[in-house]
Design a protein around this ligand. Structure first.
Ligand code: ADP
Length: 567
């Protein structure tokens, strides 16, 4: 017994160890690792840094694209630029033609040894402000090129694209605007001639067409590249950032207002301007926070699921182990139960055979013992056979119109002697007026015998057995009552499970298979009824089997088969 207990404990320990090592540890490690990774992600603001890097890249690409566009446009103008070796009126005419050809141009000029010839769009020259801008530009370039023309020409000849840009703040319609001028050397002229051509980009064109187009192109491309949060971009004067008053010169739809998440100063063509980028409607910080919250939440839910799964697995495995234990107990109980009556039968039969008994009364007693023991054997074997039929789904019931009062009475009569002999006070109350019900007689009798047997087995000091049959609310009730050891509340729901036996020491010293009540339950359920127990430890138990009158009578098939497991 000690050894068995030890083995059980060991198997349990092994199971826990396997569960712990193989499942619990990796699961716990995975959860902890994930949590700490997420925490460090959160602490180091990895997500925000990644987005910022990505934004920087987008800005760099955008700058390159806009620069390229400006260079290409300036080059197109330079390629058809008039030769400086013409007289002034001719130069003016050629520059006017150039302005007509390129609508994006505000001013065009040629500077050479003789001075500067500058032309502006004729339709804009009626605007006093633009006229002043024209004069200022002409004055500025003449002065600047007069002083530094030679070194500028040298420097431009060395550049691969031989174009430079200068910019100026100006106004259009009373609003701040940006004037970009490209100046270049003419490729057909020798390097030592100080001749410079130049074109100014119309500020309205930059603000209304070139910038928005370039930004939109970039945003749309990003949209098709990735789904998720939409970005917005803008171009603004770099110095306005210092004054904390950023006013976009041009912006994509959805910019709204507020500061850019990441910005980049143009460092070639559009030098005094800067590019800005952000997500529409949400800051990267808020986005990172939401993402973190979501990740923690998902991880939390997954962890709970894993823990739930583990608890469930442990529960199921423990249950299976308990069942396996019950089965092995069952085998040893049953063997014991078979051996005892067989040994008794053999002993008494041999004694009779040897004619050692002479008195007829003694002989009678021996016969009775042999009969009683074989009856016990039959009951046990019947229980086991029924149980195995139920387990295999082959148990069949034969329903017949039956006088149930008579059936109960007859079954009790054949037990009366045994009951009284064991010193039990026996009280029976059977209502004779119960209408006939369709039941399997043998099965109902077996259920009753099992309940009575239990009452006899599990009573110690106060030996009382009560059996009551009566009708109540459309059902027949069969009550078996004892004043025995009783059953704890916790165990009351388990006693109907197969192989289950309570932990009471008396139960352990009493023979039993743990099958009786599970059979009783199966039989009752097959009749459409149910079984209930009321019990107080130390005071006794009452088992009530109820069969519905209506449905029991309605059973039309003579034979019903049932595969319900008795557990
Ligand atoms: P067993 O062969 O062990 O009697 P049963 O299925 O008939 O198997 O009963 C299951 C268990 O329920 C018993 O082992 C016992 O612990 C408990 N039990 C059943 N009937 C009674 C009763 N009348 N009084 C106390 N305990 C009972």
């Amino acid at each position: 017994m000690k050894k068995r207990k030890f083995l059980r404990g060991f198997t349990r320990f092994r199971l826990m160890l396997t569960l712990g090592l193989a499942v619990l540890l990796p699961a716990a490690a995975l959860i902890i690792l994930n949590f700490s990774q997420l925490r460090s992600f959160d602490r180091n603001k990895v997500l925000e840094a990644t987005i910022h890097r990505d934004f920087q890249e987008v800005l760099a690409i955008t700058e390159k694209r806009i620069d390229k566009k400006a260079y290409t446009m300036a080059e197109e103008a330079r390629d058809v630029f008039p030769s400086p070796d013409m007289d002034s009126p001719e130069k003016e005419k050629q520059l006017d033609l150039l302005l007509a050809k390129f609508p994006w141009m505000a001013h065009a000029f040629v500077y050479d040894e003789k001075g500067i010839v500058m032309r502006s769009r004729p339709e804009q020259m009626s605007d006093k402000y633009i006229r002043e801008e024209h004069d200022r530009q002409a004055e500025n370039f003449r002065g600047w090129f007069g002083l530094e023309g030679k070194s500028l020409v040298e420097m431009l000849h060395k550049k691969s694209r031989s174009i430079n840009f200068s910019s100026d703040h100006t106004k259009r319609d009373g609003e701040a605007a940006y004037l970009l001028t490209a100046y270049f050397v003419l490729p057909q002229l020798p390097n030592d001639r100080v001749v410079l051509g130049g074109v100014s980009f119309d500020p309205c064109y930059l603000k209304g067409t070139l910038f928005p187009q370039a930004l939109d192109e970039q945003v749309n491309q990003r949209l098709s590249e990735q789904s998720g949060n939409q970005i917005a971009m803008m171009i603004y004067p770099a110095e306005s950032e210092m004054a904390h008053d950023i006013k976009p010169l041009a912006a994509t739809a959805g910019w709204g207002d507020g500061k850019p998440e990441v910005s980049r100063k143009f460092d070639d063509v559009f030098r005094p301007l800067a590019l800005g980028i952000k997500f529409q409607g949400i800051s990267v910080e808020a986005l990172g926070r939401t993402w973190m919250h979501q990740s923690f939440l998902i991880l939390g839910i997954l962890s709970l699921l894993i823990i739930g799964g583990l608890v469930l697995t442990k529960h199921i495995v423990s249950k299976e182990m308990a069942l396996a234990r019950l089965k092995s107990d069952f085998v040893s109980n049953v063997s014991h139960e078979l051996r005892t009556p067989l040994a008794l039968i053999r002993l008494y039969a041999e004694t009779l055979e040897l004619r050692r008994i002479t008195t007829p009364e003694k002989k009678q007693e021996y016969y009775r013992i042999i009969r009683k023991e074989s009856e016990r054997l039959t009951a046990l074997i019947n229980n086991i056979l029924d149980f195995s039929r139920i387990e295999a789904g082959r148990k069949e019931y034969e329903f017949r119109e039956t006088n149930i009062a008579e059936l109960v009475q007859n079954t009790l009569d054949s037990y009366r002697y045994q009951i009284e002999q064991q010193g039990f006070a026996f009280a029976e109350s059977i209502d004779p007026d119960i209408p006939a019900v369709r039941v399997d007689r043998e099965a109902i009798a077996r259920a009753l015998v099992n309940l009575v047997n239990n009452a006899l087995k599990y009573s110690t000091d106060e030996k009382f057995l009560g059996v009551k049959l009566y009708r109540e609310n459309g059902s027949v009730k069969l009550e078996v009552l004892d004043h025995g050891i009783g059953i704890t509340r916790r165990e009351q729901s388990k006693i109907f499970e197969k192989f289950y036996r309570t932990g009471d020491p008396l139960v352990h010293n009493t023979k039993g298979s743990g099958l009786g009540l599970s059979l009783v339950r199966h039989i009752t359920q097959a009749h459409g009824g149910d079984i209930a127990v009321e019990s107080t430890p130390g005071e006794g138990s009452k088992f009530t089997l109820s069969l519905p009158l209506a449905s029991a009578t309605q059973q039309t098939n003579n034979v019903a088969s049932s595969g319900t497991s008795p557990s």
